[in-house]
Design a protein around this ligand. Structure first.
Ligand SMILES: Nc1ncnc2c1ncn2[C@@H]1O[C@H](COP(=O)(O)OP(=O)(O)OP(=O)(O)O)[C@@H](O)[C@H]1O
Ligand SMILES: [Mg+2]
Length: 261
């Protein structure tokens, strides 16, 4: 598994899971590229211990306004939106220009782009950059990419996951979160990428973990790790801090054992 999309309902814990997985993968001796593909939330770089995010990749490919025109031209020439590729050649991590990638303690970080202003238009160009970049990204055998996705399932409509190898869906104990997770599983199956697994988060008790695990398993979605509700994690999120290595908990290790046996 090389390119892992972290999906799930808004607020379920995608960014925390992404951050903790990156620390865990690093500890296992692999290199990690974390890709922030969330157009709205600004803080993933902080969770990873970066003071500032790098410049967004959408600017590397010309900026949103230029890109919108390019995309329209391609669509006018008959290419359907879901096939438009604005990243015309394969790219390795080493080839991403330094302004657009930051590296700290062996973890690299890049971001697709954010919505900055009211009335600036839809986020479609971001989806197209994400999809194109992920499809063209070449990873070395010891490199893993973790993609922190936008909440919900719209990115499946844009085909962003076609550039990934598997999906990890984060599930918190709520009906909506389970329903979104099952929808994610269904949509991953439709586009026929690799496997889809679930990780539980904010779990208050073993009993609840078992109930959710059983329910998801009945629908063909297997839980491969479980993170308890943790006051320290909550506090780090409240203060805008980063996660120390010792927050790589058992649930994260279980996920890593499963993904990289
Ligand atoms: N294991 C946990 N223990 C305690 N609190 C948690 C835990 N996981 C998440 N939280 C709380 O949930 C909030 C959302 O977590 P996070 O930002 O990782 O979710 P997200 O899925 O990335 O959200 P978004 O959809 O907005 O991107 C955190 O700010 C924190 O308050
Ligand atoms: Mg997030």
């Amino acid at each position: 598994m090389k390119k892992i999309a972290i999906c799930g309902k808004g607020g379920s814990g995608k960014s925390i899971t992404t951050s903790l997985l990156s620390l865990g993968i690093r500890r296992r001796g692999k290199k990690v590229l974390v890709i922030d593909a969330d157009e709205s939330n600004p803080g993933l770089h902080r969770m990873l211990g970066f003071k500032e995010p790098p410049e967004p990749l959408i600017d590397y490919v010309g900026g949103k306004a230029v890109l919108e025109k390019k995309i329209q031209e391609k669509m006018k020439s008959g290419i359907p939106e879901e096939k438009v590729n604005i990243w015309t050649k394969a790219v390795s991590i080493a080839e991403i220009p330094p302004d657009f990638i930051k590296v700290r303690d062996g973890i690299s970080f890049t971001t697709i782009g954010k919505i900055y202003m009211a009335l600036e238009g839809c986020a479609c160009p971001m989806g197209i950059v994400s999809r194109s970049f992920l499809n063209e990204l070449i990873l070395e055998p010891d490199e893993i990419a973790l993609i922190d996705m936008e909440a919900g399932i719209e990115h499946f409509g844009r085909g962003v996951e076609t550039g990934t190898d598997c999906v990890l869906v984060v599930v918190e104990p709520s009906r909506d979160s389970l329903d979104v997770a099952l929808k994610v599983k269904q949509m991953s199956d439709q586009i026929d990428i690799g496997d889809t697994w679930a990780i539980l988060n904010k779990v208050p008790s073993e009993d609840i973990a078992r109930r959710i695990t059983d329910e998801l398993a009945q629908e063909g979605l297997n839980v491969i790790g479980s993170i308890n509700f943790d006051k320290e994690i909550f506090e780090i999120c409240l203060t805008g801090g980063s996660f120390p290595q010792d927050k790589v908990n058992e649930g994260i290790e279980d996920v890593l054992d499963h993904l990289f046996p």
